[in-house]
Design a protein around this ligand. Structure first.
Ligand code: HEC
Ligand code: HEC
Ligand code: HEC
Ligand code: HEC
Ligand code: HEC
Length: 266
């Protein structure tokens, strides 16, 4: 056993020497190009990345969707028995999946969202990546694959209950409002979700049946202490007075995501 482990380390070390780190780590394909050309493929950079389709990215990175979670963690926790706090909303379905699957191919993702690789990925410049093996004395590398965490904040921020005039955080006040955001939002801030990565109509449909649908993206899976400062689109019946907290807010979505009204998710 010991010998076998030692042997496999040697094998890995040998292949690293022969192939270089990149080749060993890369589990996708290179689309018929040599590794370097694929790594520096123009699709990774502006401006081409803005027009890239999922199919183009997946032609080399299919592993992103095929890869499976471990059945058991190194510490022995079985995936099928593990449930995290953010997996207890009523909308959570199915066995454990990877991050990419949950956002692209999971049942809820397919129902409500229409994300693309470039919704999150805004470039992939190997010059900015930390070297392998790591060099702790050099801190100029971003360690991020050019995914801006503000994107995550849009759906993983805090529930801004104070601006809504709610008596307390949603878990404490939801019973007073029949666990239904639409009780107020059928008439308030109704011009929403007209962006190219959401299915606006499907969201409204689903929310009529299930109270956790809205909360899921507005506090129910909160990774950040702050809330996202959403654009404040004019809506029918809106008062002319801008509340203090909303002064200076944009009145339209980020141009990168904007679509014509009524075309969300098409
Ligand atoms: C021609 C094949 C090819 C295409 C097309 C391609 N990539 Fe890559 N990509 C690669 C290779 C090869 C690497 C280097 C991977 C490695 O060494 O682990 C890479 C690296 C990456 C990385 C960094 C991976 C890491 O572990 O550091 C990201 C993120 C990435 N690509 C995203 C994308 C996105 C998004 C698209 C579409 C806009 C795309 N790629 C299109 C081949 C491709
Ligand atoms: C919800 C946002 C999001 C979407 C959508 C998304 N990614 Fe990622 N991706 C990330 C984040 C975050 C990371 C980790 C970044 C880091 O380590 O700095 C990542 C990592 C990666 C990596 C390198 C790490 C790995 O797991 O191998 C590749 C390659 C990649 N993504 C490709 C893609 C492709 C191709 C698509 C479209 C099919 C896609 N991503 C869609 C957010 C996203
Ligand atoms: C457009 C909304 C949206 C954006 C943007 C978004 N997420 Fe999510 N995220 C979701 C939804 C919805 C789920 C729940 C999916 C489910 O229950 O199947 C989720 C689930 C997750 C999970 C839990 C996965 C699991 O196994 O249960 C993590 C972690 C996560 N997101 C991190 C991120 C990060 C990091 C980013 C930014 C790179 C990001 N999300 C961007 C909507 C979003
Ligand atoms: C008691 C009525 C009420 C309930 C219930 C309610 N909201 Fe609100 N919500 C408001 C009001 C009022 C505003 C602020 C309107 C404005 O822009 O002037 C608001 C604003 C928002 C905003 C935008 C915040 C910002 O910073 O721009 C989001 C997102 C939101 N609500 C989501 C929800 C979700 C999700 C639920 C259910 C979990 C919910 N609301 C329940 C009344 C309510
Ligand atoms: C899949 C994730 C997701 C779900 C589900 C979701 N939202 Fe949102 N919501 C977002 C994102 C992302 C934005 C910001 C979009 C943009 O930039 O225009 C947003 C924006 C808003 C805004 C700001 C509106 C404005 O003026 O632009 C309100 C209010 C809101 N959501 C309420 C709700 C309510 C009510 C529900 C349930 C009917 C709901 N959300 C369900 C992700 C979600």
């Amino acid at each position: 056993m010991m010998l076998k482990t030692a042997m496999s380390y040697l094998l890995v070390a040998a292949s690293v020497l022969i192939l270089g780190w990149g080749n060993v780590a890369f589990a996708g394909n290179t689309g018929g190009l040599d590794y370097e050309r694929a790594l520096w493929h123009p699709l990774h950079f502006k401006p081409a990345i803005d027009e890239a389709t999922n199919e183009q990215c997946l032609s080399c990175h299919q592993e992103i969707l095929d890869r499976k979670v471990r059945e058991q963690s190194p510490a022995g926790v079985k995936a099928e028995e593990a449930l995290a706090w953010y997996q207890t909303l009523h909308t959570y379905e199915g066995p454990q999946m990877t991050f990419h699957q949950r956002h692209l191919t999971g049942p809820l993702a397919r129902q409500l969202m229409n994300m693309k690789c470039n919704t999150c990925h805004q470039g992939e410049n190997p010059r900015e990546e930390a070297p392998i093996p790591p060099d702790p004395t050099n801190t100029t590398f971003t360690l991020r694959k050019q995914v801006n965490p503000e994107i995550c904040l849009m759906c993983h921020g805090a529930h801004p209950f104070k601006v809504m005039g709610l008596p307390g955080p949603w878990p404490e006040s939801r019973d007073n409002f029949q666990n239904n955001c639409l009780l107020c939002h059928a008439g308030i801030r109704t011009n929403r979700h007209q962006v190219n990565f959401l299915k606006a109509d499907a969201i409204e449909e689903a929310a009529k049946k299930e109270g956790d649908v809205c909360y899921g993206c507005h506090g129910g899976r909160q990774w950040y202490r702050i809330a996202y400062p959403y654009p404040r689109h004019a809506w029918e019946g809106m008062s002319d007075e801008v509340p203090e907290w909303a002064v200076g807010r944009p009145t339209e979505s980020n141009p990168r995501f904007r679509i014509q009204q009524g075309e969300a998710g098409k």
